[in-house]
Design a protein around this ligand. Structure first.
Ligand SMILES: Cc1cc2nc3c(=O)[nH]c(=O)nc-3n(C[C@H](O)[C@H](O)[C@H](O)COP(=O)(O)OP(=O)(O)OC[C@H]3O[C@@H](n4cnc5c(N)ncnc54)[C@H](O)[C@@H]3O)c2cc1C
Length: 378
């Protein structure tokens, strides 16, 4: 009987495993993933500064210290308003092939058993769960990503299409002049849609393009043609190789975070920021909290997990729900970025909302709304 079985070894699953062993070194923790590590994952590889705080909480403050921090962020709004500034705390760009494997290795080193196994079935009993008829566990953390099998098995439907995005990422060689800033270039056509270039620090960058799934379908064209075409159109100087796409279940469509002894975390819980597509920070936070609940309230972990998640992210998620609604109007984003271009504290706050757990104070909300109205509420 395992104390905790975790399904999926991305950042959410590893965070759950690491936290459980950190709090209870004698806990029997099993991590199952359908793939061997290192494995690739379609992602922008952007590790926000906030993630480093989470890594420190998990006892891994130097996990990515050998990667160069990126100090500058440039954002171009759908209407062409541009802001470029030094971020309050630098972000990192670490290929997921490296990042996720390091986390899994750290979990293994802490005594977590890691097995390659694709989960297909769950059976719930009063005091335990049986996975695929062979593995018994008192608690299960479902960290199996955007197309979560476990979420379906426990009867929670997939995120509705209107709250789902799709993005493609690739890698490109980078001119030296572009190497010190992360770029986000938004697009009016099919808004919300944007391309990014995130320099890794070795002369290459992760580049990509993402948009809402209904907007993609509305084009009536094959997905590949639209995503690859728009990436090339927005970043013509950065031809990309190794293109790979994946869905992003955005947080306004998040479900309840589990059923019975099964806790949903990360993408499986629909935890991706609807404004930026950032999900690694939420994956680390939710994974950590589920790992905590599994060992601290082993008899009934889900209520404790739900409470902790609400405390950590509730206000922030409600803020991004409202902002995602307002951001359907590209003029709102023009106004927000226009305000950020004039006031550095607003820029910092927007970064916090887009990449961390930030919220928006009323005076700022008013300043942006006013500018939006003055611009004719496009
Ligand atoms: C193109 C793109 C760009 C992105 N860019 C960024 C970015 O720059 N920064 C950022 O913070 N976020 C970004 N995101 C979001 C980010 O990738 C996710 O939020 C993050 O990977 C979530 O982590 P996770 O651990 O929940 O899931 P994942 O990282 O998807 O891990 C899930 C794991 O579960 C395993 N698995 C799946 N099914 C099963 C099964 N049945 N049995 C066993 N194992 C299974 C998979 O093999 C995988 O290892 C991006 C997403 C996309 C698609």
């Amino acid at each position: 009987m395992w104390d905790l079985a975790i399904i999926g070894g991305g950042p959410a699953g590893s965070a759950a495993a690491l936290r459980a062993k950190q709090l209870r070194p004698d806990a029997r923790v099993l991590l199952l993933d359908k793939e061997d590590f290192p494995r690739d994952k379609a992602c922008g590889d952007g590790i926000a500064a906030h993630c480093r705080e989470e890594l420190a909480l998990l006892g891994l403050p130097d996990l990515i210290a050998d990667y160069r921090p990126v100090q500058r962020l440039t954002v171009v709004s759908p209407g062409g308003v541009r802001v470029s500034a030094t971020v309050a705390r630098p972000n990192h760009v670490v290929p997921r092939k490296v990042f996720d494997a390091r986390l899994v290795d750290a979990a293994r080193a802490r005594g977590v058993e890691v097995r390659r196994h694709r989960v297909r079935a769950l059976d719930a009993h009063d005091d335990h769960i049986v996975i695929d008829g062979t593995v018994n566990a008192r608690a299960v953390v479902a960290a199996d990503g955007a197309n979560s099998t476990v979420r379906r098995l426990i009867g929670i439907p997939a995120t509705p299409e209107k709250h789902t995005a799709i993005a493609v990422r690739g890698y490109a060689d980078l001119p030296a002049a572009d190497d010190d800033a992360q770029l986000i270039a938004m697009q009016e056509d099919g808004w919300p849609a944007y391309a990014w270039s995130f320099p890794i620090g070795d002369g290459t960058a992760n580049v990509g393009f993402g948009m809402l799934l209904p907007r993609l379908h509305a084009t009536g064209l094959p997905g590949r043609e639209v995503l690859h075409g728009r990436l090339a159109e927005l970043l013509p100087h950065l031809p990309a190789r190794d293109l790979r796409a994946h869905h992003l279940p955005l947080s306004p469509g998040r479900p309840r975070p589990g059923v019975g002894r099964v806790m949903l975390v990360g993408d499986a819980a629909g935890l991706i920021n609807p404004l930026t597509g950032e999900g690694i920070y939420y994956a680390l936070v939710s994974g950590r909290l589920a790992g905590e609940a599994a060992v601290q309230t082993a008899d009934d972990p889900l209520p404790a997990y739900r409470r902790a998640l609400g405390k950590a992210l509730g206000r922030h998620l409600r803020t991004t729900d409202v902002l995602a609604w307002a951001a359907q109007s590209s003029g709102f984003i023009d106004a927000a970025i226009g305000t950020a271009a004039q006031r550095k504290e607003v820029f910092d706050l927007l970064v916090d909302v887009g990449l961390g757990a930030g919220t928006v104070p009323l005076p700022l909300a008013w300043a942006v709304a006013r500018r939006w109205l003055l611009n004719g509420k496009r």
